[in-house]
Design a protein around this ligand. Structure first.
Ligand code: DGL
Length: 262
């Protein structure tokens, strides 16, 4: 007897941060996760491409029995969630940079958002700023290269540290006292970002807020004790096995995503 089935996808392994938060909130749910590693990063791809990939990954997860679909990627949410909601019969939970919580946390009135180029230039992000950005100053910082470091599960090597310094520095120099991690990959770099920013800066991550929303949508059902987690990738399942184990823990088995037509 399985529990509630939840399908989750991201451009790569970053969405594991959201998957982990869902696991903690709904330990009995059966989780299916797809990393579109053959196409990571999404951050520099066009919206049409991301929409197509998102639809194809969503169809795969629905074929596995997903009753709730989670887009564990800010970039894919910005590009594809309205289309997925229009096309699919299951609830679709997406995510966006936590600008609203940041407006409540900031004391200087200056907030820094770290995200992908795709997220920052999306109409959805512009609408988010229109809605919640009034009265505060929002500094945005694209972070090319950071996603790749997380994909390699390199969370504290020299190159990763240098990149974090390079991206956090201008936000601090601009007066930000609150930093929004607007990309699911960056959750794994939170300790580095916090160390770089110092103890007086609030770092906000959305993984748990998304998991809370998933639990709401799933109706927090009574579930058997421990659900399963299965993992697929469109990339090289052998090479990615190690980073997956590094980010998720244990010895999860990674399966190649079957080719999808179109
Ligand atoms: N993890 C994704 C996000 O939240 C996208 C990273 C990427 O593939 O560029 O934005």
């Amino acid at each position: 007897m399985g529990g509630m089935k939840i399908g989750v996808f991201d451009s790569g392994l970053g969405g594991l941060s959201v998957l982990g938060a869902i696991r903690r909130r709904l330990p009995g749910a059966d989780l299916d996760y797809v990393a579109d590693s053959a196409h990571v990063p999404y951050g520099d791809k066009g919206e049409d491409f991301i929409r197509e990939r998102s639809r194809s990954l969503a169809d795969f997860l629905l074929a596995q029995g997903a009753e709730v679909l989670v887009v564990a990627c800010n970039t894919a949410t910005a590009a594809a969630v309205p289309n997925l909601r229009a096309a699919l019969a299951v609830p679709v939970v997406g995510m966006e940079p936590a600008v609203k919580p940041a407006t409540l946390a900031t004391r200087t009135g200056i907030v820094g958002v770290m995200a992908t180029v795709g997220t920052l230039k999306s109409a959805r992000f512009a609408a988010l700023l229109d809605r919640f950005g009034a009265g505060i100053q929002v500094l945005t910082q694209a972070c090319p290269g950071l996603v790749e470091q997380v994909e390699a599960a390199d969370l504290e090597g020299r190159e990763t540290r240098q990149l974090v310094q390079r991206f956090v520095g201008p936000l601090l120099a601009g007066g930000a006292d609150t930093l929004v991690l607007g990309c699911t990959h960056f959750h794994f770099l939170r300790p580095l970002v916090q160390a770089e920013a110092g103890p007086d800066v609030t770092v906000i991550d959305t993984a748990d807020a998304v998991a809370r929303q998933v639990a709401r949508v799933a109706g927090s059902p009574e579930l058997p004790a421990a659900g399963r987690a299965r993992f697929w990738t469109s990339g090289d399942a052998v090479t990615l096995q190690r980073p997956l184990a590094g980010l998720w823990g244990g010895m999860p088995r990674l399966m190649p995503l079957p080719e999808t037509p179109g």
